[in-house]
Design a protein around this ligand. Structure first.
Ligand SMILES: Cc1cc2nc3c(=O)[nH]c(=O)nc-3n(C[C@H](O)[C@H](O)[C@H](O)COP(=O)(O)OP(=O)(O)OC[C@H]3O[C@@H](n4cnc5c(N)ncnc54)[C@H](O)[C@@H]3O)c2cc1C
Length: 380
């Protein structure tokens, strides 16, 4: 008997936080969507990282009804305080009087909730792998003995893309950092403040941690050095005892290799759409990687409305629209890391000057606040 062809609007490859949330947003708009994931999804919930989500991303989660349960466990960020190693007694405060700047949640909570939704909708197949070349060449695809015809194929496979594609299609950053992530208890209330210290050896952030009371925080320290637990404990204590009081670092900590890049996907896979970490990866210093992925999702949904799915230029338009904002964030994070971690007198001069400008000109600081909250519309 001839195999029936199942017609779908979208195939999404990769069920990480970006692929899954894109799928939910499309399903809510009545599109027919299939998500395939190469791993077993129950293995995906051991990620101990927290996610600093900005106000725009939180609004997006609310719009697809993914925020209601999460908001019970989240912690608000009301203020971001920035300091540098060469001006230890001066700090720069970012805040917004109208709404909280963002929230902190656990990655795994959002992922589990998203997968649950997709499984209920019978839209998620795990342990499924299809090659990118095959997806780029043909619209009729065989997956697990069924034949599908997809209008659009979206790739959200995260950083692993680097292993699959010729390096000449990537514009690479220079970080060489490893990010160390963990938790600490402290005697003072964190008062929903987030801290970013540019230490001599790399940026160090502390954020209110979800679930517990206000004496539990998470940190992320990016550095080129190999760090032991004792060294990490000393770094956290030295930098946060004044703001957080007596500190007790949790024994478990995790480290992630940071390799910033921009992927010129249009030059190699013109029939596929790339978003999230596989289209670009930026240094976590600004806590914006996933937030940019949410902007990808919003941009894609907007383009579907304005252009229609069958538009010939759809993939190119999406690529160039998102490339602009990705490039700005990519270079911005590269530059701030270089400027604030350097000991050279010239970069120190520029570092100090830029902090002075931000401190003294409210309207410039307000632009940064809006940008951090994902509310600036200049890239839309
Ligand atoms: C230490 C650290 C802290 C961070 N903190 C923040 C933060 O506070 N705020 C923020 O906005 N961002 C943060 N980020 C960035 C954020 O974690 C990422 O941007 C985000 O998780 C990327 O999601 P994704 O879905 O694009 O990719 P991933 O989460 O990597 O998901 C990709 C999925 O695709 C699957 N897959 C891979 N290859 C295939 C294939 N061939 N076929 C099928 N499936 C495949 C994988 O198994 C995986 O499930 C941080 C990053 C790091 C490293």
């Amino acid at each position: 008997m001839e195999n029936k062809i199942l017609k779908y609007d979208f195939l999404i490859v990769g069920s990480g936080l970006i692929g899954s949330l894109l799928a939910i947003s499309l399903i809510k708009k009545k599109h027919k969507v299939l998500v395939i994931e190469k791993e077993k999804i129950s293995n995906k919930y051991d990620d101990q990282r927290t996610l600093a989500i900005n106000a725009n991303s939180r609004d997006f989660l609310e719009s697809i009804d993914m925020w209601r349960d999460l908001k019970k466990e989240q912690k608000d960020i009301n203020q971001i305080i920035i300091k540098t190693h060469y001006q230890e007694n001066e700090s720069l405060i970012f805040e917004n009087n109208n709404e909280t700047m963002g929230s902190v949640i656990f990655n795994k909570d959002l992922l589990a909730k998203s997968h649950k939704y997709l499984l209920k909708k019978k839209s998620l197949l795990d342990k499924t792998l299809v090659g990118l070349e095959e997806l780029n060449k043909q619209k009729i695809i065989k997956i697990k003995n069924k034949t599908y015809n997809f209008e659009k194929v979206i790739i959200a496979t995260g950083k692993e893309i680097q292993k699959k594609v010729n390096p000449k299609y990537f514009f690479k950053g220079s970080s060489g950092h490893r990010a160390y992530v963990g938790f600490f208890y402290h005697s003072f209330n964190h008062n929903n403040k987030a801290y970013e210290y540019f230490t001599k050896n790399g940026p160090l952030a502390a954020l209110p941690a979800p679930y517990k009371n206000n004496t539990y925080s998470t940190f992320i320290y990016s550095t080129k050095d190999e760090i032991s637990f004792v060294e990490l404990k000393n770094i956290i204590k030295k930098n946060f005892y004044k703001t957080h009081g007596k500190i007790n670092l949790s024994k478990d900590f995790f480290s992630y290799k940071i390799s910033p890049y921009l992927f010129n996907s249009i030059n190699v896979f013109e029939n596929l759409i790339f978003l999230g970490d596989c289209s670009r990866s930026i240094h976590p210093v600004a806590g914006q990687g996933w937030n940019l992925g949410i902007k990808d999702i919003q941009g894609l949904n907007k383009l579907i409305e304005t252009e229609g799915l069958s538009s010939k230029n759809f993939n190119k338009l999406f690529y160039y629209q998102r490339k602009f904002e990705s490039s700005i964030y990519f270079f911005f994070t590269e530059i701030i890391n270089k400027t604030y971690n350097s000991n050279s007198p010239i970069t120190k001069f520029f570092g100090k000057a830029s902090l002075k400008v931000l401190k003294n000109f409210n309207f410039i600081r307000e632009v940064f606040v809006q940008q951090a909250m994902g509310k600036n519309k200049i890239f839309d």
